[in-house]
Ligand binder design. Structure first.
Ligand code: G4P
Length: 523
């Protein structure tokens, strides 16, 4: 198979959801369908095994959560599918966001009883910013759920995302009888797991389903179809591909029901690796030169080696182990001799890989998140990865001031790695910013274990950060009001921290001349 054909068959996606919506269960079912695992329960077990391997992830073990992310790959319908695992706990961090910058599409799992929840909204924003297609799987139909029409309305109301129902539930909870695939005009029966009925030209309005599903459910199904056919968004593949319309599927991941039609349509409509913007034009996956970018750095996967593993998305060309590349940021040339698959536990050496593959490259401290590697002569910079406004802050100091050097070094390296955001105030206190509490705990643990620096952390009352755009009429210091404070990032750019949204709104009303922004591009 030519490289171009192989690239066309690749699919890279991430699953976004609020904790407990069923991301792990759905992932597991997808891996089962793809033959990547043989038994249910393996995905969680994988997590446990992985923790046993690495010391600093003791935190994860204690809290029973997964902080690290890996890539899971399987083949289905002749497609090579990679699922980027995203940390799903409430304490997710910036990593979760960044992983979404490396995927070509996203699957959004929603609990049918709860609708769109807080974490889904945050992750959705990152996907919609990138305009990638978002496929919605409304889960847990085997339990009492919200009305499916309300679930659809919720997508529009909470996310502003127009949607189109591809499959539709017949009943729910105790009355759940199956799902109707509107495009293929088929009904999948829940009680007979493999029962699939092809409907005639009149679809649900014909008599095929009579006597097969209950009269009550059939009446409801028909009236819902009338509504959807008349007032719902029509199916529009281009709008789906442009990220402007989300195809919606219903099912039960736990019962592995509705997963097959979802997977089938998803692989049909989700995009293969496409072009990527750079500061000097676009890179096409079929371009001959090798290029790609680092979107995550994982430290000390193996504590015995003190190594760091850079997660690298290949955007064009072919990777061969041992090849020479240039790190565009510094111009430094290097040989990529240590590379690995990222598939869960099994770290096998990668010899070759192509555009659309994610590989791990061992790093001894050369790389930063967002770095580009290429074998082209000219430097290449992909669009910068966005930085995300932190929502939690704390002041941090070394317990032993004689160890200030280790402390400074650790802080600097972890900041560079993108583990946390580091600021300072006018007294030169170190202030940390994070999007999840866990980032602080990991930071504290790693400073102690990797830099031998014990730290004291003092939470600060602020929740909202805004960069002050250049050109404010007064000195920024004069703008600090009650329940706000001023800090600087490592480019010495001023940031105002506010106690809450209310304080921020108040500030903006009083000082309309000050331009505050959620994030500034990294120069
Ligand atoms: P997450 O990764 O999004 O956090 O969710 P996860 O898959 O771990 O699922 C959260 C809980 O919801 C689990 O139950 C899981 O079994 C259940 N669940 C997932 N999909 C479905 C579904 O389609 N129907 C029903 N009824 N339940 C579902 P748990 O009791 O918290 O964990 P476990 O002991 O079953 O693993």
């Amino acid at each position: 198979m030519s490289n171009a054909d192989a690239i066309q068959k690749r699919r890279i996606f991430g699953i976004i959801s609020h904790p407990d919506a069923g991301k792990t269960t759905l992932t597991e079912k997808l891996l089962l369908h793809g033959g990547a695992i043989r038994e249910a329960g393996t995905v969680k077990a994988r997590g446990k095994n992985k923790f046993a391997k690495s010391d600093w992830m003791e935190i994860e073990k204690q809290r029973g959560i997964s902080v690290t992310s890996s890539v899971m790959q399987f083949e289905y319908d002749d497609k090579v599918v990679s699922i980027m695992d995203t940390p799903g706990h409430n304490d997710f961090g910036e990593d979760t966001y960044r992983i979404l910058t490396s995927v070509d599409s996203a699957v959004m799992v929603i609990d049918a009883a709860k609708g769109v929840e807080a974490q889904t909204v945050k992750l959705f924003k990152v996907c919609s910013m990138r305009e990638i297609p978002i496929f919605t799987f409304i889960n847990k139909l085997d339990r009492q759920s919200k009305d499916p029409l309300d679930c659809m309305a919720d997508l529009e109301d909470a996310l502003g995302l127009p949607s189109t129902a591809v499959t539709w539930p017949i009943g729910n909870g105790l009355t759940f009888e199956g799902i109707y695939d509107r495009l293929e005009n088929k009904v999948y029966l829940y009680k007979q797991k493999d029962g699939v009925i092809a409907l005639g030209a009149n679809g649900v309005f014909g008599d095929t389903l009579e006597g097969i599903i209950s009269d009550a459910n059939l009446d409801i199904l028909r009236s819902e179809m009338e509504l959807l056919d008349g007032a719902g968004n029509p199916f529009d593949l281009q709008a789906i591909k442009d990220g402007k319309l989300s195809p919606v599927f219903f099912g039960s991941a736990l019962a592995d029901f509705g997963v097959t039609p979802f997977l089938h349509h998803f692989l049909e409509w989700s995009p293969a690796p496409g072009t990527r913007k750079t500061t000097t034009g676009e890179v096409n996956p079929n371009d001959d030169f090798f290029s790609g970018f680092i979107f995550k750095i994982q430290a000390n996967m193996n504590p015995a080696h003190r190594d760091r593993l850079a997660f690298f998305r290949i955007c064009s060309g072919t990777f061969t182990r041992g090849m020479s590349v240039t790190l565009s940021r510094t111009g430094k040339q290097m040989k990529l001799s240590q590379s690995t698959h990222l598939m869960a536990n099994d770290r096998e050496t990668v010899e070759t890989a192509i555009a659309g593959d994610i590989i791990g490259i061992y790093d001894s401290g050369n790389f930063q998140i967002g770095d580009t590697l290429t074998d082209r002569k000219e430097k290449l910079f992909f669009e910068p990865l966005p930085t995300f406004p932190p929502e939690l802050f704390c002041r941090v100091r070394p317990v032993n001031s004689l160890k200030a050097k280790q402390f400074q070094k650790g802080v600097q390296q972890l900041a560079q790695e993108g583990a946390i955001q580091v600021y300072h105030n006018e007294f030169n206190d170190v202030i940390l910013g994070a999007v999840g509490q866990l980032q602080f705990e990991v930071f504290q643990y790693r400073l102690l274990n990797e830099y031998n620096s014990e730290i004291r952390m003092e939470p600060l009352e602020y929740q909202v950060a805004r960069w002050v755009a250049p050109g404010s009429p007064k000195d920024v210091k004069d703008y600090v009001v009650a329940r706000s404070t001023l800090v600087y990032d490592h480019f010495e750019r001023p940031i105002l921290l506010f106690a809450n949204q209310y304080t921020l709104n108040n500030f903006m009303q009083k000082n309309p001349e000050v331009k505050l922004v959620e994030a500034l591009d990294v120069d």
